[in-house]
Design a binder for this molecule. Sequence first.
Ligand code: GLP
Length: 243
Amino acid sequence: MRVYCAADYYHASRVAANIISAQVIMKPDCVLGLATGSTPIGTYEQLIRWYEKGDLDFSQVHSINLDEYRGLSPENGQSYRYFMNTHLFDKINIDKKNTFVPNGLEPDPEKACRDYEEVIHAHGGVDLQILGLGHNGHIGFNEPGSAFEKETHCVKLSETTRQANARFFASMEEVPTEAYTMGIKSIMQAKKIVVIVSGESKNEIVKKAFHGPITPEVPASVLQLHNDVILVGDEAALAGFVQ
Ligand code: GLP
């Protein structure tokens, strides 16, 4: 694993955006695995700036997102489809037809997840996967205890995750209780993975995930087994973390 420690969030976002840019330049028709949460927003802002300058072309890029709340429509302001449209897709020249997010409105979880796995396989897998890190070590919505061998599946969100994400909703009751998420197995099949972490609140879990035992209790710890992971963070998140 390679680690890039940047001074602050802005610079960490630039490092992550640089890695994504390199991927898009080297393989213009690549498949990007994209993430939501507040952490990647700075990275997406940087990509938009470079696109606006004419330095990046997303016209042939395909994207496959990690997860979506079950029951939320793409128009719902809290859905991950809406997040991706507003924070990235609407601002670059990616063809929306080439962007994939699990279908939160598909009522049949098995069908929703099977369809999504088909999308991933039809694209030949993900070239570069972007990941944030939940405070309990979740990646995508794979909560502690998730089996490492799972592909896309429906999860019941833990109370801590619902509370962490409640800031985006009008009230706790509105936070969905379930989500469709790529599984650990699907994530681990990406050719390259970039994990972005920021802020002191992530410091403990970063140490646990990348220096602690590999266990389903800390889903991100499985990343220690991947042969091409880059950890990008600011000093607050990476304090005391030695490679
Ligand atoms: C959500 C997302 C994750 C994300 C996590 C951390 O639960 N499903 O993909 O990594 O939040 O979010 P943040 O970056 O806001 O801390």
